[in-house]
Write a protein that binds this ligand. Structure first.
Ligand SMILES: [Mn+2]
Length: 257
């Protein structure tokens, strides 16, 4: 089975020093309490030039009807506050919230990038930012499912789902991934360094940063590039900060002031 190729036409964005990136919040749209750590973080992120959310912002998102639930509403409001005050908010699709769309963009002022983004850091280095499930190339069943779930028909149906149906679907999805944040991927389902190496070479970026695996990891790739996996939000080294020299520093989002 063929592993996904890197997209040819990724958006290219300049990321100034002070830019922040987080991943894998897995927020429950129904729970305002669950949204609180992000809402608090967003308040402390004020003044950052940009905030990247590298996918799985929400544990389930089956369409815009979700935005009315208390947890999603609080999250949307926090994003909108940041955007209004001048922080560029960029949201990548994860494997659990790949239906975030233009309506979400209008509500939040964020930009949604379904397949990732390429950036130029302050020092001039190019960096590829993706969710990370694209690189789980040994998990063939998952890659097949991924193609179906992200296909046009599935996306079309989800847009017209009434809220109760959407919530029922979301409950089923959540049931399948209880404690997703605590769970780590077994080796055969994990992010493959060889895939990261290929993507770096094909997009011409010496570094790739992603989430999805929920555990911080940083390693040199055979082709000279570098792979960094962010910890899941709330975990160890769950925040990337673009430094003054354009380098990336990995820290704790909870300790960010
Ligand atoms: Mn994921």
């Amino acid at each position: 089975m063929r592993a996904p190729d890197p997209p040819r036409d990724l958006p290219v964005v300049d990321l100034p020093a002070g830019t922040l990136a987080i991943a894998d919040l897995h927020l429950d749209p129904a729970s305002a309490e669950h949204a609180r750590p992000f809402v608090d973080f967003a308040a402390r992120a004020r003044g950052a030039p940009a905030l990247l959310v590298l996918g799985d912002f929400f544990d389930a998102w089956v369409g815009i009807a979700h935005a009315e639930l208390p947890g999603a509403a609080a999250t949307v409001a926090a994003c909108a506050d940041l955007a209004r005050e001048g922080t560029a908010v960029h949201v990548l699709h994860g494997n659990r919230d790949f239906l975030l769309d233009a309506k979400f963009e209008r509500l939040t002022g964020a930009r949604v990038h379904p397949r990732g983004m390429l950036t130029t850091l302050a020092g001039g280095e190019r960096c590829l930012w993706i969710h990370g499930d694209e690189l789980c190339t040994r998990d063939h069943a998952y890659q097949r499912l991924r193609r179906v779930l992200r296909s046009g028909p599935v996306r079309g149906v989800s847009r017209v789902l009434p809220l109760p149906v959407g919530r029922a679907v979301a409950r089923r999805l959540r049931g399948a991934s209880v404690q997703a944040v605590a769970a780590k991927l077994p080796e055969e389902k994990s992010i493959q360094a060889s895939a990261a190496d290929r993507w770096c070479r094909e997009v011409g970026a010496p570094r790739v940063v992603c989430g999805h695996a929920h555990e911080y990891r940083d390693e040199a790739l055979d082709g000279g590039g570098r792979l960094t996996v962010l910890g899941a939000f709330g975990g160890d080294r769950d925040l990337a900060v673009v430094g003054a020299d354009g380098g990336l520093e990995f820290r704790s989002a909870a300790a960010h002031r």
